[in-house]
Design a protein around this ligand. Sequence first.
Ligand code: FAD
Length: 548
Amino acid sequence: MGKPIRKITIVGGGTAGWLAAAFLNRYCTSEDPRKSIEITLIESPDIPIVGVGEASLPGMVVLLHQLGISESEFFKATNATFKVAAHFVNWNHDRRGNSTEFLNILNAPPILDGHHLADYFITFDPARSDPSAGMSYVRAFSPVVEIVKGDLSPRAPEDPEFSGEIGYTYHFDATKVAEFLKELATRRGVIHILDTVDSIALDEKGFVKSLDLREHGEHAIDLVVDCTGFRGSILQKTLGEPFISYADHLLNDRAAVIQIPHNDVTRISPATKATGFSAGWNFNIPLTSRVGTGYIYSSRFISDEDAADELLRHYAGQVKGAEPRVIPIQTGRVRNAWVKNCVALGLAGGFIEPLESTAIFMTDLAVRWLRRFMPTKDFEPEFTTAFNRQVHRLYDEVRDLVQLHYHLNNRQDSKYWRAAREELKLSDRLQENLSIWRTRSPEDLDLASTFLFGGPVYALLLISKGYYSDAHLANAHHLKRSVYDRYRQAIRAARANQLRKLVPQSEFLRGNHFVWGERASRPPPIPAFFPAATKIKLPLHPPKPKKN
Ligand SMILES: Cc1cc2nc3c(=O)[nH]c(=O)nc-3n(C[C@H](O)[C@H](O)[C@H](O)COP(=O)(O)OP(=O)(O)OC[C@H]3O[C@@H](n4cnc5c(N)ncnc54)[C@H](O)[C@@H]3O)c2cc1C
């Protein structure tokens, strides 16, 4: 066995860099200084972080818990709010050309009598053919529609941190998150160097030997983590690892972003809103202090000026004199995120696009894989190969789900939406699945990986987009209507109870209704898209008649 890695150097102090530093510090250090790994983070004082990326997935809840971070401290430090769903508006139209809406939520639907809830909904529920089928389907297993429509908090004021039966995660200020993680990581021993890497020296085998820092001079390397953002300064620019573009699958290549004040601070939505625009979509992420918003669009269909106009018109009452910042986006990933002794994380490793808020969680997962496959100084190829395979699957998984949102749009009102539906390449797997799913609702077994998006997410998406409005499922004759009817009755009875204790999110946050220092005793499960399955007890079998 080779000699152990003693030093990890992270270059980049954005969310990716500090997340990696905090996580590796938590899991790769030891009380025995001879066994510990020293973690150093170098960030340039002259190159700003991208400063966007303000909606997360439930993996963030798990991460905070594992890092021993108090939720209330996190909320206060990062102006965070709860997120229970992604709210899609104007991605599809009804027969009259009016916008429809649906929610992608964070709780999994139940299995009833061995069959997916989606199968019952598609087979027995007339709502499947409505333009609001997605909302009806979510109502069938979760109170999240009511929570979003009422701008409620997913947790009751008296609930302890990291608890509650509604799956949730957070919106937060991206700059403040990086600051928060920096403070945490440096307090726990991560060495912080504020300096710019000017050049990189490789050894005779092409491994990174040292970094040349503008002020601090030479910095020797064991393992370097490239978190230099879209610049990709180490893996792409120095080691020459090629970038695999997803432009054949996804149209968007620009973001125009802006921060705006709240319209009404008593109504803070617990959803990330994604509204279809003429040549892309608008994200709306409410924090306690402001709203982060932006237009993700394709420069093939709209100019930067027209995109800025469309965005500003949409928020006419809320924007005064501010100009959006335009960020070019390249969708895709590096061919291999780990090459020799360099691992690229965050934007340096790739980016799909902000839809479904996946990037930070993808970084989180990759850091976990890095910890699992931590090599010795021999850099065993099996670790590198395993890491890269996982990352490839992750990127392809996210690309396919994100593309499905576009592919299944039915908008006739713009060239962009027609192109997004008709012109782009689908992966072989997605194409095959779309045929299979005509007569079978999606399940995990159909998918190459389910790191973020399992069968239930696909089912929700397809139902919401009218894929099953007149479908007949292959297993329909195995389903019992009575099972679905009893389930619906039980849900209706439980619903009022679930909502009774919840208060408006603005009230929850203003009152800082956190139970200080108290944590849910059970840690959250392993990162998954659905952190908390619905806990409603379902009387699937009719009660036995009482004997007299
Ligand atoms: C419009 C938009 C919206 C997004 N929305 C979401 C979202 O809702 N949810 C989500 O999960 N993700 C989102 N993302 C992605 C998210 O913003 C990023 O994943 C996240 O911010 C991490 O960025 P990063 O740390 O990789 O890069 P950056 O924040 O760009 O940080 C790069 C760092 O590298 C340093 N650096 C660069 N070169 C050098 C050098 N030579 N020497 C020293 N230091 C150097 C810089 O100083 C900086 O500290 C979004 C992205 C975009 C573009």
